[in-house]
Ligand binder design. Structure first.
Ligand code: FAD
Ligand code: MG
Length: 336
């Protein structure tokens, strides 16, 4: 808590009698930014940060006492009783595994750990090491017990990592806290997992930058103009290392155990709920352009922007009026 306080930046101001609070801190291994406007802004923002910490303490694989760590430690032995938070996120992950033919697979943890991308043990493992760990990956080995909120992993050494979906769930939970506090204008940003609530104070829509995947963080190739929408991006520029000129990033193909290389370098999903956006941005990245587009077009209320390695942008028709391309290095391929 002390650490949290010491690295938090928060600004409070008052304009036209509307209270505005901005907070920035480090949680879930990423930078969390909240902009909250309204009478209860301070209280709502405080509650939100506490809730993010609460979810982190339950779902982080980096915290030994988290529910996920305990569940993983008991793999092949027994099940772990979970909070509704963790149980529902695992259940949602399985739903998306089925919908995406296994492109999203929460049991990917042994592969994530083997590569160690973003940690000080990152390296390119041998094919035989990868094949060995790949045997442990399989969402069908997650055994659910709805009645008791228990989850068991069928085989020893299997493990769950909710890194691809938990930030989305968290953004939805923060949104609920803001609604409860009668906030109607806010911007939630959990390391690129964004929810834009209501409009800006001046009544116009929020403009959310879409990161240029070939450039450094904060350089945008276009903007999305939205109200009450989640915008989540999965990209190869988030966590990676380079060996012999080759980039190895953190989004793995559960079928091969290697970083996914299906032509997409950035997948942005626009949806009502952030958990869906988080799950779909990771899984469409893994599925590749053709299957990803087909999947997104089949789900009502979900839109996407895919950027391919050859600098082409594919935008689904529902975003035609809200996405503006500003970087002429990239070209439209569909939807315009
Ligand atoms: P996404 O595309 O949404 O997810 C990619 C991540 O999901 C990968 O990093 C991997 O963990 C996993 N993954 C990869 N491929 C697949 C796949 N095919 N199916 C399913 N999952 C896959 N990072 C730290 O460095 N330190 C921390 O203390 C820390 N704590 C965290 C606590 C929580 C509760 C969560 C949710 C994340 C934490 N992280 C931590 C992780 C960090 O923030 C990740 O970068 C983030 O979760 C990945 O999100 P993304 O939006 O970049 O990519
Ligand atoms: Mg994701």
């Amino acid at each position: 808590m002390l650490l949290l306080l010491s690295i938090s930046i928060f600004l409070t101001s008052c304009k036209n009698n509307i209270k505005s609070v901005e907070k920035e801190t480090y949680l879930m291994g990423t930078i969390v930014q909240l902009k909250v406007y309204g009478r209860n802004a301070e209280k709502a923002a405080e509650e939100s940060l506490n809730r993010i910490s609460d979810i982190e303490s339950k779902m982080s694989i980096n915290i030994e006492t988290s529910e996920i760590s305990k569940l993983n430690a008991k793999a092949g032995i027994s099940g772990e009783k979970l909070s509704q938070d963790t149980y529902s996120v695992i259940k949602k992950a399985i739903e998306y595994s089925k919908l995406t033919e296994g492109a999203l697979d929460a049991t990917i943890e042994p592969i994530v750990k083997l590569w160690g991308i973003g940690s000080d043990t990152e390296r390119v493992p041998s094919k035989s090491e990868i094949d060995e760990k790949l045997k442990l990956v399989g969402y069908n080995d997650i055994v659910l017990d709805d009645k008791n909120s228990m989850v068991k992993l069928r085989r020893t050494s299997q493990a769950i990592d909710l890194g691809a979906i938990a930030k989305g769930y968290t953004a939805d939970e923060v949104r609920q806290i803001l609604v409860k506090n009668k906030i109607s204008s806010a911007l939630i940003n959990l390391g690129g997992n964004v929810y834009a609530m209501g409009n800006k104070l001046d009544g116009t829509k929020w403009n959310i930058g879409v990161q240029n995947p070939l450039s450094t963080r904060g350089e945008y190739l276009g903007t999305l103009s939205v109200t009450n929408k989640s915008i989540v991006t999965s990209g190869n520029y988030e966590r990676y290392f380079i060996v012999d000129g080759k980039r190895y990033h953190h989004i793995f193909d559960p079928k091969t155990g290697y970083p996914s290389e299906k032509g997409i370098i950035s997948a942005t999903i626009v949806s009502d709920n952030s958990i869906d956006g988080d799950a779909l941005s990771t899984s469409t990245y893994v599925m590749g352009l053709e299957k990803g587009l087909k999947l997104v077009e089949s789900i009502k209320g979900v839109e996407a922007i895919f950027i391919t390695v050859d600098k082409k942008i594919y935008v689904t028709t529902g975003l035609k009026d809200s996405f503006k391309l500003t970087d002429k290095e990239f070209t439209y391929e569909k939807g315009r």
